[in-house]
Design a binder for this molecule. Structure first.
Ligand code: GLU
Length: 424
């Protein structure tokens, strides 16, 4: 298993090598000593679990799962759990480090963690999915808890999966433990506003950047990759701010609608067809051509590693907002920078989700639910404060927005690490 720095040797895109080199570079900018940088880079705790599942056929199938706590100097670990066939230790380690930085960038009292199971959940029945989730939750249970590490939804996991995890841990502990996961349904300690919070944060960041660049929202054409938990609400929110969604992709393909998509009509079409493809009046486009559609803003809101050198070279948009985690490779980022295309990095752009998780957790610990207005007011404040902080530092440091965000995050992690000292 490759989860430690310098162990990965593959020349293919390796998200772990990418994030470790970003943290190391940030350490140099901040003048941190080498030992401190090593401490910040190295994941604190790595758990790999075998997940046996009895299939409906009676056969037993084995799956591999991970939970990785990257850094807990600023608070308990925090980060989602994804179910996807491409999950591996490197990817989860990289995403756990992204979470450490993300939580520091938006200044919420958490460290970073991430989990995942290597499985294509579309091949499982509901019963199989529940058994897989519960067995995985049981296996990582010693590592998680409201003051230890708090999972949340990520790719292919939802409120139902969170309910099963919360129930499994509650059964094990012998008492109700709502604060062990966030992104739960309202009926069992979830919060109004969690659904769509990532998309709201993306919208706030995109709007703030447009304002800084003196560009009007209603003159922007947007392409969005992904029409899931983040992409679908995003299409609604951006349209409500006057932006025109001209292209959108899902796993089945992409569509181009030069005149702009009607978000309500698209939601209706998707509910019936199960894909954006075939939306009335749209042209079909090959998925890998989405970012060549004439547009002003490109928003990857699905998987990682999609904006490669080649995609960045033919990128039609003049702004990229990373709603997905790790959508841009190192080479892709270099091309975008050389083309002067600003990128709002994932650790800032998509942090609305984890801020919402923080609010849900705080309400669960308090045993007192907030008014929805308070939730939205506070979410907006956290996102605006984070954007303003990164923007100001970006101007002062003269680095890209991504490099600035990593520096700002690592700075806060380094401060906490140094204040706490080294045990024993
Ligand atoms: N999966 C989301 C993310 O990558 C949310 C994590 C959380 O709320 O803990 O930021």
């Amino acid at each position: 298993m490759v989860t430690r720095p310098n162990e990965a040797t593959s020349h293919e895109f390796n998200p772990w090598l990418r994030v470790t080199s970003l943290i190391e570079d940030a350490g140099k900018v901040l003048g941190l000593n080498e030992g401190l940088v090593k401490r910040i880079v190295t994941p604190e705790r790595v758990l790999e679990v075998a997940v046996p599942v009895r299939l409906d056929s009676g056969q037993v199938e084995m799956f591999a799962g991970w939970r990785i706590q990257h850094d807990t100097s600023r608070g308990p670990g925090k980060g989602g759990i994804r179910f996807h066939q491409s999950v591996n230790a490197d990817e989860i380690a990289a995403l756990s480090a992204d979470m450490s930085i993300k939580c520091a960038v938006v200044n919420i009292p958490y460290g970073g963690a991430k989990g995942g199971v290597k499985v294509d959940p579309s091949t499982l029945s509901r019963g199989e999915l529940e058994r897989l989730t519960r067995r995985y939750a049981f296996s990582i249970a010693p590592m998680i808890g409201p003051d230890r590490d708090i999972p949340a939804p990520d790719i292919n996991t939802d409120t139902q999966v969170m309910s099963w995890i919360m129930d499994t841990v509650s059964m094990l502990r012998g008492h109700n433990t709502p604060g062990v996961v966030t992104g739960k349904p309202l009926a069992i300690g979830g919060t109004l506003g969690h659904a769509g919070a990532t998309s709201l944060g993306v919208t706030i960041c995109a709007s703030a950047l447009l304002q800084r660049m003196n560009r009007l929202a209603n003159e922007q054409r947007v392409v969005v990759q992904g029409y899931g938990k983040v992409g679908a609400p995003l299409v609604q929110l951006l349209s409500a701010r006057g932006m025109k969604i001209v292209g959108i992709a899902d796993v089945k393909g992409a569509i181009h609608v030069p005149g702009g998509i009607d978000p309500t009509a698209l939601a209706k079409h998707f509910a019936e067809a199960g894909t954006v493809v075939g939306y009335p009046g749209s042209d079909f486009v090959a998925s890998d051509q989405l970012f060549t559609i004439p547009s002003d803003i490109a928003i990857p809101a699905a998987l990682g590693g999609v904006i490669t050198e080649e995609v960045a070279s033919s990128m039609a948009a003049s702004i990229v907002v990373e709603a997905a985690n790790g959508p841009t490779t190192g080479e892709g980022a270099a091309v975008l920078a050389s083309r002067n295309i600003p990128v709002i990095p994932d650790v800032l752009a998509n942090a609305g989700g984890v801020v919402a998780s923080y609010f849900e957790w705080a309400q669960d610990l308090q045993g007192f639910m907030w008014e929805p207005e308070l939730f939205h007011q506070r979410l907006e404040k956290f996102m605006h404060d984070a954007f303003n902080h990164i923007w100001q530092r970006h101007k002062d440091l003269g680095l890209t927005l991504r490099d600035t965000a990593i520096v700002a995050g690592v700075e806060r992690i380094a401060e906490a690490t140094e204040l706490r000292g080294l045990f024993p």
